[in-house]
Write a protein that binds this ligand. Structure first.
Ligand code: FAD
Ligand code: NAP
Length: 342
C-alpha cells in the first residue's frame, strides 16, 4: 500500500503556508483522488500516526515539525449539476483554488460569490472558517458538502444546516480532525445584478443601485489589493485575530470612555473591529526583527523571512495584553495551529 500511496518523508512545507514559516512534515501525501484519502487514513491509523489536512495553508500557524501524516488536498473538478434560466448548482472539488473559482463564476455571469474574491486558499477549506468578507459568507450559497467522516470511516453528505456555521466558525472547527471535506455544492444565480450592503465597497462602485457581479468582483479586488499584503510578497495569514463580540453593557462602558470606537451590532451583541483596537494601542507598522504588524491593516501580522512561529506568537501575546489592558477585551487568534496540538 505504501508504494501506491507515494508518501514523501521529511517534506518541507515552507512554500505551502502563506506565513512562510519553515516546517517539516514527517510524512506527506498529495491527495488527488478520494480513494487515496481512504487508503491513507487507514494506513496512518495502522501505524498509530495522527493525520492532518492541509489545503492552501493561508489560515494556519505551522509548527516546525509535523508528526504523523500530512494530507495535502489537491482534488480537482468543477461541474454544473443542474440549472435553469435563473439559477444553477455548482459542484466544486476541495483542491480547486478559491479565487480562481470566483473569477470563473464571474466570467460566466453567475452571481453569488463575487464579494469573496481574492481570499487565498482552496475551496475545501472555505466551509471550515465559513469564509466571509464584505458582509457575505460561504454559508449564504453553500447547499451541502461531501466529506470523509474519519469517525464512521465513510463518505457523508452534510446539508448546510448540519455544518453549524457561525461567524468565521463551523462544525469543522468544533470537531477538528473528524471530517475531510472533498467537495462542496454552491447555489449560484444567473443574475445581472449583485447586492452590495457594505459601505466601504459601495464607495468604490458607481452611484447606480444595480451592479453586475463583475463590477463587484473588480471593486473587491481593487480595495483588497490596496490594503492587504500579498502573501507571495510578504508572509501573512490574513486577519490574525477574530473581531471580538461583546455584550451591549460591556460596549456601553467602553464607548463612554472611547466615543470613536468602531463597532457593529451583531445578533444581540456588539462586534468590535479588532484592527481598530490594535491600531489604537499603537501597534500598526510595528516591527520586531522578522515579524511585525502590517502598516495598512493592524489586524494582519506579517513575517518577513527568517523568523520563527514563536517570535510571531510572542508579538501576538504582547498585542493581546495591551488590548486587554486598555479596553478589557480578549482577542482570540483566528488561524488554526497546524497540527492543533504539539
Ligand atoms: P488551510 O490554511 O490549508 O487550512 C485551514 C484549516 O482548515 C486547517 O485547520 C485545515 O486542517 C483545515 N482544512 C483545510 N482543508 C480542509 C478540508 N478539505 N477538509 C477539512 N479540513 C480542512 N478568510 C476569510 O474568511 N475572509 C477573508 O477575507 C480572508 N482574507 C484573507 C486574506 C489573506 C491575505 C490571507 C493570507 C488569508 C485570508 N483569509 C480570509 C484566511 C484564509 O484565506 C481562509 O480561511 C481560507 O479559506 C483558508 O483556506 P486554505 O486552503 O488556505 O486552508
Ligand atoms: P474594513 O472594511 O476596514 O473593516 C474593518 C472591520 O469592520 C472588518 O473586520 C469588518 O468586519 C467590520 N465592518 C466594516 N464595515 C462593516 C459593516 N458595514 N457591517 C459589519 N461589519 C463591518 O476591513 P478590511 O480589513 O478591509 O477587510 C475587508 C473584508 O475582508 C472584511 O469583511 C474582512 O472580514 C475580510 N477579510 C478577512 C480576512 C481574514 O483573514 N479573515 C483578511 C482580510 C480581509 P467583518 O470582518 O466581520 O466583515
Amino acid at each position: 500500500m505504501a508504494t501506491l500511496l507515494q508518501i514523501i518523508r521529511n517534506q518541507s512545507l515552507q512554500r505551502f503556508n502563506t506565513l512562510a514559516f519553515d516546517a517539516i512534515a514527517r510524512h506527506y501525501l498529495a491527495i488527488e483522488e478520494e480513494s487515496q484519502l481512504v487508503e491513507a487514513i487507514a494506513f496512518a491509523r495502522e501505524r498509530g500516526w495522527v493525520h492532518q489536512v492541509l489545503s492552501g495553508g493561508s489560515n494556519l500557524l505551522m509548527r516546525p515539525v509535523i508528526e504523523g501524516l500530512t494530507l495535502h488536498m489537491q482534488l480537482q473538478g468543477i461541474s454544473v449539476l443542474e440549472q435553469d434560466s435563473h439559477a444553477l448548482t455548482l459542484e466544486v472539488a476541495a483542491g480547486e483554488n478559491w479565487h480562481a473559482l470566483v473569477a470563473y463564476t464571474v466570467s460566466q455571469g453567475w452571481q453569488g460569490i463575487e464579494s469573496l474574491a481574492l481570499i487565498p486558499g482552496c475551496t475545501g477549506a472555505a466551509p471550515v472558517q465559513n469564509i466571509g468578507a464584505y458582509g457575505c459568507e460561504i454559508k449564504d450559497v453553500l447547499l451541502r458538502l461531501r466529506a470523509y467522516d474519519c469517525q464512521s470511516e465513510c463518505f457523508v453528505t452534510l446539508e448546510a444546516q448540519q455544518c453549524q456555521f457561525g461567524y468565521r466558525d463551523s462544525l469543522f472547527k468544533r470537531q477538528p480532525g473528524r471530517y475531510v471535506i472533498c467537495s462542496v455544492q454552491l447555489a449560484l444565480q444567473k443574475s445581472a445584478s449583485a447586492p452590495v450592503n457594505y459601505p466601504v465597497l459601495r464607495q468604490h462602485l458607481s452611484e447606480s443601485v444595480d451592479h453586475s457581479p463583475k463590477e463587484v468582483f473588480d471593486a473587491v479586488c481593487k480595495v483588497r489589493s490596496s490594503k492587504l499584503p500579498d502573501p507571495a510578497v510578504l508572509g501573512n495569514a490574513g486577519s490574525f485575530f477574530k473581531n471580538p463580540c461583546i455584550s451591549e453593557q460591556h460596549f456601553a462602558r467602553i464607548k463612554a470612555q472611547y466615543p470613536d470606537i468602531v463597532a457593529y451590532p451583531q445578533h444581540g451583541e456588539v462586534k468590535l473591529a479588532a484592527g481598530w483596537l490594535i491600531d489604537q494601542c499603537g501597534w500598526r507598522g510595528f516591527c520586531d526583527g522578522p515579524v511585525g504588524v502590517h502598516e495598512k491593516q493592524a489586524l494582519v501580522l506579517v513575517h518577513r523571512q527568517g523568523g520563527a512561529l514563536t517570535q510571531l506568537l510572542s508579538l501576538a501575546e504582547r498585542i493581546r495584553a495591551s488590548v486587554k489592558l486598555k479596553y478589557g477585551v480578549e482577542l482570540e487568534i483566528e488561524p488554526q495551529f497546524f497540527p492543533l496540538s504539539s
